[in-house]
Design a protein around this ligand. Structure first.
Ligand SMILES: N[C@@H](CCC(=O)N[C@@H](CS)C(=O)NCC(=O)O)C(=O)O
Length: 216
């Protein structure tokens, strides 16, 4: 299997975490999304990463890729109970909203929109704090798809928290400890390239958004 990737993409990262959790063999091929190769445009229906090449087929959409990986693996990253599985899937979707808000917050150059995005992101975290287990993971002891979906968010959030005074973890103790647990996990630590923090910071600086001026 070959995962077509971009070094800063949280959706790619989620698929990498699932590959690593399942100890599946794969190659990873990083492309430059600002100037994608022509073969990528030919095989990617949406022009987005990740893609997973399996034999001569191409899978797209990270959620589909993650589900496929879970189905071919020996065990599953879903809870056994169908109701818990469904609840988890809902929160994975919620994670996509959190990522969109985080991206907006990280890139907008409009002060009012920035403040709205910060407030909205904090609300997302407060909501999460009320639904997650008391740890270590979303569903107590079991690392599940919901954990794989939120780890990329927390990796970015932890860096923003270190570089700014936005205090995005304030008032959400369960989320904060969930984040630490995830960021300590092997599959998560090895889900990005070593230079990820530098690349992420460069991306934040290059957008020249409101956040850029508050980076320390
Ligand atoms: N819904 C997609 C989102 C993937 C996505 O947005 N990928 C971004 C990089 S993080 C991308 O490829 N953007 C290129 C573009 O939109 O042209 C998924 O879950 O796979």
């Amino acid at each position: 299997m070959e995962l077509i990737s971009f070094k800063l993409c949280p959706f790619v990262q989620r698929a990498v975490i699932v590959l690593k959790e399942h100890q599946l063999d794969y190659d990873i091929n990083y492309i430059n999304l600002a100037d994608p190769p022509s073969w990528f445009r030919e095989i990617s229906p949406t022009g987005k990463v990740p893609l997973l090449k399996v034999n001569h087929q191409v899978l797209f959409e990270s959620s589909v890729i993650c589900e496929y990986l879970d189905e071919i693996a020996d065990n599953t990253l879903h809870p056994a109970d169908p109701l818990e599985r469904a609840i988890g899937r809902g929160w994975v979707e919620y994670g996509v909203n959190c990522l969109q808000t985080l991206f907006h917050l990280s890139t907008t150059n409009d002060q009012q929109r920035f403040e709205q995005a910060v407030a909205s992101f904090k609300e997302h975290m407060i909501k999460l704090d009320t639904v997650i287990s008391s740890g270590p993971y979303f569903y107590r002891e079991q690392f599940t798809m919901a954990d794989a979906a939120f780890a990329p968010i927390f990796m970015r959030l932890a860096l923003i928290d270190k570089w700014t005074n936005l205090t995005l973890f304030d008032g959400v103790p369960k989320v904060s400890s969930w984040s630490s647990q995830l960021l300590n996990r092997d599959s998560v630590q090895h889900s990005v390239v070593e230079e990820f923090p530098t690349l992420y910071r460069k991306m934040l600086e290059s957008k020249k958004g409101v956040i850029t001026s508050s980076l320390n």
